[in-house]
Ligand binder design. Structure first.
Ligand SMILES: Cc1ncc(COP(=O)(O)O)c(C=O)c1O
Length: 396
C-alpha cells in the first residue's frame, strides 16, 4: 500500500510542530519557529495561553459534551455575549468555518422560502473568494482548482468580480437571494472590499429584500483590528459566519443572524451533534475575555500599523522581489512580484519564520494578536535575512 495514513490531500512541509510557546512553535527536531501564520488566522492568543488552557481544563473536568436535545446554559451565555457585541439577534454554533458558511447559506435560502419566495435561492459571490471545502462552499467559489474531481456543483451561485458594484447591481434577477462576500478576502490575497462596494451591496439588499451575508471566518475576531471587520466599512450584515480565531485553536464556528434573517430557521431546520457544546463554549468565552476589550483591539490596530509601516519601508530595499504591503490590523499581505510559495518556504526552512501564501502573489502575515514589539523586531530581522539570501528559481 502506498497511500499515507493521513489522506494525502495536503502538500505537507517538513516542519512537524509538537509544542507551542506563546508566539513560537517548536518542531519534532527541536527547531523553534516564529509563528506569524497562527494556524491560518486561528491562534490569536498565541500558543499555550493560560486563560484558554484554564477554561478548557476546567470545562473538561465539569462537562465536555451534551446533546443539543438538552438546554444549554453555556451556549445561551456565549450566544448572548456575541449578540451583545455584534449586529446579531441569534447564533447557531458550528465546528468549523465551512459549516458556519453552510449555515449562513441555508439561513439565507430559508428566509426567502419562509416568506413564500421559493424562487429566490441564488447567492451572488465574488471571484477568488474562499468559503470552505464542503460541496456548498466550494460551489460558492469560482476557483476551479477546488471544483476539480467534485462536479457537479450545487446550483444557486453566481460569481462576479470583487469590488464591482455595477456588476452586482446588474446581476440581480428574480432568483437572487442575496450576496455572500468576505469583507477582506483572505485566501484570495488579503484583498480589501471598498467601502462603496460593501455599502452599495447593503443598499441593494435593502432595496430588493436580499440577504447580505458576510463571511468573516478569517477577518473576524480582532484579526483586522476591530472585533469584526464589517465595523470598519459602515455596513451591518443580515447573516455572518465566524470561526477560526473565535476558539483560539479549539475547533468552533458560528453563524450569526438578525431576527428577520433567521425567520426560516425553525425547529428541525438545522442541527449539529457537537455544535455549541460546553467545551467549545468555554474556549469562546476565554477568547472573548481577551479580544472583546476595546483597549486590546486598539493595541492590535497600533501593532498592525507599526508592522505595516516597517514592512512598507523595508520592501523598498528589494524592488525586484516585493511589490506592496496592504491589510488591516494584523491581517497583512505582502504582495510579491511573482508566485509567493517559494519565498514562504525559504523563510520557513532557512529562517524559521512561518507565514502563509495566498492568491494574487501574496504572502499572508497573520501573527497571534498578542505579539509585542519584540516579535515585530524578530519578524523584521528574519524577513530581512530571508530577502537578502533569497535566490528565486531560475536566477543564478
Ligand atoms: C473566509 C473563509 N471562509 C471559510 C473558511 C473555511 O473554514 P474552515 O477551514 O474552518 O472550514 C475559511 C478558511 O480558510 C475562510 O478563510
Amino acid at each position: 500500500m502506498s497511500i499515507t495514513p493521513l489522506m494525502p490531500v495536503y502538500p505537507r512541509c517538513g516542519v512537524r510542530p509538537v509544542r507551542g510557546e506563546h508566539c513560537h512553535l517548536i518542531s519534532e527536531d527541536g527547531r523553534r519557529f516564529l509563528d506569524f501564520a497562527s494556524g491560518i488566522a486561528v491562534n490569536l492568543l498565541g500558543h499555550s495561553h493560560p486563560g484558554l488552557i484554564g477554561a478548557i481544563q476546567k470545562q473538561a473536568e465539569t462537562l465536555m459534551h451534551v446533546s443539543n436535545l438538552y438546554g444549554s446554559p453555556q451556549g445561551e451565555a456565549i450566544a448572548q455575549r456575541i449578540i451583545d457585541l455584534t449586529f446579531a439577534d441569534t447564533v447557531f454554533f458550528t465546528n468549523s468555518g465551512a459549516e458556519a458558511v453552510e449555515c449562513a447559506i441555508k439561513t439565507a435560502r430559508a428566509y426567502h422560502q419562509h416568506v413564500g419566495n421559493d424562487h429566490k435561492y441564488e447567492l451572488i459571490t465574488f471571484n477568488n473568494a474562499f468559503h470552505g471545502r464542503t460541496m456548498a462552499t466550494i460551489s460558492a467559489s469560482n476557483q476551479e482548482k477546488m471544483h476539480k474531481g467534485f462536479l457537479p456543483l450545487l446550483p444557486g451561485f453566481k460569481y462576479l468580480d470583487f469590488n464591482d458594484l455595477e456588476a452586482a447591481k446588474a446581476a440581480i434577477g428574480p432568483n437572487t437571494a442575496g450576496f455572500l462576500v468576505e469583507p477582506i478576502q483572505g485566501e484570495g490575497g488579503v484583498r480589501i472590499a471598498s467601502d462603496e462596494f460593501l455599502q452599495g451591496l447593503r443598499q441593494l439588499c435593502d432595496e430588493h429584500d436580499l440577504m447580505l451575508v458576510l463571511d468573516e471566518v478569517q477577518s473576524g475576531v480582532g484579526r483586522a483590528g476591530t472585533l469584526y471587520a464589517y465595523e470598519q466599512f459602515g455596513v451591518v450584515p443580515d447573516i455572518m459566519s465566524t470561526a477560526k480565531g473565535i476558539g483560539g485553536g479549539f475547533p468552533v464556528g458560528a453563524c450569526l443572524a438578525t431576527e428577520k434573517a433567521a425567520r426560516g430557521m425553525l425547529i428541525g431546520a438545522h442541527g449539529s451533534t457537537y455544535g455549541g457544546n460546553p467545551f467549545a463554549m468555554a474556549a469562546i468565552g476565554a477568547v472573548l475575555d481577551v479580544v472583546s476589550d476595546e483597549a486590546f483591539l486598539a493595541d492590535v490596530r497600533a501593532k498592525g500599523e507599526r508592522l505595516r509601516a516597517r514592512l512598507e519601508q523595508f520592501i523598498g530595499n528589494y524592488p525586484e522581489l516585493f511589490e506592496s504591503v496592504h491589510g488591516r490590523g494584523l491581517f497583512i499581505g505582502i504582495k510579491l512580484k511573482s508566485e509567493p510559495r517559494a519565498f514562504v518556504a525559504h523563510m520557513r526552512d532557512n529562517h524559521q519564520v512561518l507565514t502563509v501564501s495566498a492568491g494574487d502573489n501574496v504572502v499572508r502575515v497573520l501573527p497571534p494578536l498578542v505579539i509585542d514589539d519584540s516579535h515585530i523586531d524578530e519578524f523584521m530581522d528574519r524577513l530581512s535575512a530571508a530577502a537578502a539570501s533569497y535566490q528565486p528559481e531560475g536566477v543564478a
